[in-house]
Design a protein. Structure first.
Length: 449
């Protein structure tokens, strides 16, 4: 909503209340319900049960209020320093003119590798254009047959069937069963989607499952399911988990519903448009009443804080001062302890790295003694072996045989003669003696068998 002022702004006078009211209207109409991430700071819980805190990052901060009836749904306790993501509606608290976030729900940030895998696949498919609005098929207003991909045992199936029976009993239902959780669930879901697309016996396809953790819903974050949805010839409605649960299937589907029941409502027409309109007006009225009630509750908390007794305020400040003194003392002790441990560690490392010269000298002398003994022993072994080899060589020396009167007979070409059959009459032979050689001629020979 925009306000147009046709007169000269310098001549227009409005009250502070009117200014804040207009600013609140602009803020609430200009921002949808959205997720905001940051660190909790200055967290306080009023006696009424409402929670007030700052949500900040490195550059900015924003005031937040988390009303009791919404904060009680958390199964964990928010604390200062926590990194969280809040689903909130930006608004302006008119009484003080403060911009703030009215928190609907809160979750802890950074659940690990699954979120990283989710973001990587989301970015990849978004770059491929699978999330583009231009490729999404319109949902038929009056379908005759609705296909459902889910587990036959899922509570979500009962919710969808109940809703369809209530809204339009004449619609025919075709169930494509597939497990919605566990190992292999993603491939089975993709097969069911491909089967529905191939058979083409439905006008629209609902993929649904009840709420759960990111691990429980992970089958709908697998790439095979996303591509099966993108390739499906039927319009696909994703009704997976609760309103705050988002999966890759939600982004690829032609329409996303916050719950399985809402998916059934989106896929089927209502028999009475008047009831639809009445329900919308009721929700608008409830929303306005909730906002008015929340503003009044916040104003009551604000006024209640201002009614603190001066003596109580002094006691609170004294307790805070004592707390700060204790923290300062503990911090100083921690710094001193850390420094002492650091010095002790360095001294220990210095002692372990300093060489022991006396031990090194003793080791050197021992090694020198052992080297000398080893060297002497090695020489003795080589000397004994040398004498043994010399004796063996002397025993095998043919000259010793020749000294005993034997001679070696060889042909002129150097071949040794071992038998009379090897020589011919008149053949010249060479005779080798212990000292000197001689040439001889064979006059006759006598073979011996």
């Amino acid at each position: 909503m925009r306000y147009m002022i046709s007169q000269d702004p310098a001549n227009i006078v409005i009250s502070v209340s009117e200014l804040n009211r207009r600013a609140r209207t602009l803020v609430e109409s200009g921002f949808p319900l959205l997720w905001v991430a940051g660190e909790i700071s200055n967290f306080t819980r009023a006696t009424s049960g409402h929670c007030y805190f700052l949500l900040k990052d490195a550059q900015a901060q924003a005031r937040c209020v988390f009303f009791r009836h919404k904060a009680s749904a958390l199964d964990w306790q928010p604390e200062n320093g926590m990194q969280v993501e809040v689903r909130a509606a930006p608004t302006l608290y008119e009484a003080r003119g403060d911009f703030q976030l009215n928190v609907e729900t809160m979750r802890r940030s950074g659940l690990g590798a699954l979120f990283e895998a989710f973001e990587r696949l989301k970015k990849k498919l978004e770059q491929e254009g699978l999330f583009e609005t231009s490729r999404k098929k319109p949902i038929p207003a009056f379908p005759l047959v609705i296909g459902i991909v889910t587990s036959p045992k899922a509570a979500a199936l009962r919710d969808v069937l109940t809703t369809l029976a209530r809204r339009m009993p004449a619609i025919r239902i075709v169930l494509y069963p597939a497990p919605v959780q566990g190992e292999g669930a993603g491939e089975r879901i993709a097969q069911a989607i491909r089967s529905a697309s191939a058979r083409a016996d439905a006008d629209v396809l609902i993929i649904c499952r009840g709420g759960g953790s990111i691990e429980d819903l992970w089958a709908f974050n697998e790439e095979v399911v996303a591509r099966a949805i993108a390739d499906c010839a039927l319009p696909v409605i994703a009704g997976i988990g609760h309103e705050t649960d988002f999966t890759i299937a939600d982004f690829v589907a032609d329409a996303r519903a916050p719950t399985p029941t809402a998916a059934a409502e989106l896929a089927s027409p209502n028999r009475e448009e008047l009831l639809v309109r009445l329900g919308a007006l009721y929700r608008q009225l409830k929303h306005s009443a909730d906002r008015l009630l929340e503003a009044r509750m916040q104003q009551l908390d604000y006024l209640g804080k201002r009614l603190v007794h001066p003596g109580q305020r002094i006691r609170d400040q004294a307790r805070h001062l004592a707390h700060l003194a204790t923290r300062l003392k503990l911090s100083m002790m921690k710094v001193l302890d850390t420094a002492s441990w650091r010095v002790a560690d360095l001294l220990g490392r210095l002692r372990t790295t300093r060489p022991d010269l006396v031990a090194a000298a003793l080791q050197h002398r021992e090694l020198a003694r052992r080297l000398k003994l080893g060297y002497a022993r090695l020489l003795e072994l080589h000397e004994v072996r040398l004498r043994r080899l010399g004796a063996n060589l002397e025993h095998l020396n043919p000259r010793s045989v020749l000294e005993r009167g034997y001679s070696i007979v060889a042909k002129v070409d150097g071949r040794i003669v071992r038998s009379a059959a090897e020589v011919q009459t008149s053949e010249r032979l060479r005779l080798a003696f212990a000292r000197g050689t001689a040439l001889a001629r064979v006059e006759s020979k006598e073979d011996v068998d």
